[in-house]
Design a protein around this ligand. Structure first.
Ligand code: NAP
Length: 441
């Protein structure tokens, strides 16, 4: 019997479990740990609440979760006991043949600019966590009482944030946005949303389908300055996905400025943020005009200010370090060689390669790491048979009084969330860990 521990129950974790199951069938037992009592990681707390069809992928993970040889071990923090952890990496490596870190990248990349500590300046992990009901960020309470929001970055997360800020209450019908965010957004006075990109339209990271949604909002309209767009002939050199996104930008640039829209979502290209300004709370952002040189943004020495009552920086994510695991500070992920960290310790998904790609990108990643583990078992780098696996963990959990939440418990929590949903919504999430745990009883 092989014993595998996967840390993190998001897409990378479940695809890895599926791969282990496909390879070894009944000859493997997989424990999937999560620090939250609820599974699915980014699917639950990262994917936008109005993108329910993307969230539907969790039904596939459920098939894996419900199989005999895979077990969800929720409410268990992996890390040094004494530093907030329930069980250390060393202990897990002693119990399982292989430990695979699928912990994603849940921390914001720091903006690292003067004034970034001002009130109402948030990173996207926190802001997205707030409207998605992540227990760590549910209490964020952003102030939406001002006129202008500045969203930094030109990726899909920036788009999510801008769209959520722009939607009406009716446009959230069928979504699982948490009640506290829906109520706060309803009283929002934001009328101008500026999306700031340090490079130009040809360097946009937003994907076509997601960008297209911005053109179909009920009270908001996108605005692109035609002068920012390169000659159309140059689009031919672009990769097809980027070309489609640039087509959307061109169509936005052609929308006449009627003044009818209640909210304008403006794209400000060639604009590198330099400082956040304000007394105690953010009031403006200082920006330097850039030009592109060899694909990079280079400052032109021209500076200007944009008033900003709230700033959300969507510039990428970092993995959280775990005590005892080598970490690559510069890259913001575990130090690894194609997924290998130390003998018997691996990483997969965003924890391996950083925050890129779609949810589906994690499937080949999961199958790849299991190929690697299998190869290491066959070559003798990894021993099998000497480890206690889940029985050993259960002994440790009992001795330590760890309150494990099982998949069956999660199904009860899920039912309770569905039962308290507002009309038309699939669920109203519990945003507090203690409440989640109570809901299983
Ligand atoms: P991303 O796609 O890497 O975009 C990050 C953006 O931040 C880029 O425009 C980047 O500009 C900018 N940036 C980075 N550092 C900056 C700085 N110091 N100052 C100003 N701008 C800076 O990251 P993301 O939006 O966080 O998305 C992460 C991943 O999740 C992506 O693969 C994304 O596609 C995926 N995702 C998908 C969906 C969906 O499919 N619906 C939704 C959300 C997220 P440069 O290009 O100039 O570096």
């Amino acid at each position: 019997m092989r014993h595998i521990a996967i840390i993190g129950s998001g897409p990378a974790g479940y695809y890895t479990a599926e791969a282990a199951q496909k390879r070894w069938g009944d000859d493997v037992k997989v424990d999937i740990f999560d620090r939250l009592p609820v599974p699915y990681g980014l699917i639950r707390t990262g994917v936008a609440p109005d993108h329910q069809s993307i969230k539907g992928v969790s039904r596939r993970y459920e098939q894996t979760a419900l199989s005999e040889n895979v077990r969800f071990v929720g409410n268990v923090t992996v890390g040094a006991p004494g530093e907030g952890g329930d069980v250390s990496i060393e202990e897990l490596r002693g119990l399982y043949d292989a430990v695979i870190l699928a912990t994603g990248a849940p921390r914001d990349r720091a903006l690292d600019l003067p004034g970034d500590g001002l009130r109402n300046v948030f990173g996207s992990a926190a802001f997205v966590g707030w409207y998605n009901g992540h227990p760590e960020f549910a209490g964020l309470a952003p102030d939406l009482g001002g006129d202008t929001a500045v969203v930094i970055g030109m990726g899909n997360v920036a788009l999510d944030v801008a769209r959520i800020l722009a939607k009406t209450r009716d446009e959230f019908t069928g979504s699982d946005i948490v009640g506290h965010a829906l109520d706060a957004l309803q009283t929002s006075r934001i009328r101008r949303i500026v999306i700031l990109g340090r490079r130009g339209p040809h360097q946009i990271m937003m994907t076509p389908k997601e960008l297209g949604e911005l053109g179909h909002l009920s009270r908001a309209t996108p605005r692109v300055d035609p002068a920012d767009l390169p000659d159309q002939g140059e689009d031919a050199l672009l990769e097809p996905g980027v070309r489609k996104s640039v087509n959307s930008l061109r169509s936005f640039a052609a929308i006449p400025e009627s003044g009818d829209a209640e909210i304008v979502v403006e794209f400000d290209f060639f604009a590198a943020p330099k400082a956040l300004l304000g007394e105690g709370r953010v009031e403006a952002i200082e920006v330097e005009r850039t030009r592109i040189d060899g694909g990079r943004a280079v400052g032109t020495g021209e500076f200007y200010e944009i008033p900003a009552s709230i700033v959300v920086s969507c510039i990428g994510y970092r993995t959280s370090p775990i005590s005892g695991v080598p970490f690559d500070e510069r890259a913001g992920r575990f130090a690894n060689d194609e997924g290998r960290i130390l003998p018997g310790l691996y990483c997969v998904g965003w924890a391996r390669r950083g925050p890129s790609g779609t949810i589906g990108t994690n499937r080949p990643d999961g199958f790849g790491v299991i190929d690697m583990v299998a190869g290491d078992m066959e070559s003798g780098v990894l021993g099998t048979g000497g480890h206690k696996g889940r029985a050993g963990f259960d002994e440790l959990a009992e001795a330590r009084g760890i309150e494990v939440v099982t998949f069956r418990d999660w199904k009860r929590i899920e039912e309770a969330e569905a039962a308290r949903a507002r009309e038309g919504a699939p669920r109203e999430k519990f945003v507090d860990v203690a409440e989640m745990i109570r809901a299983r009883d």
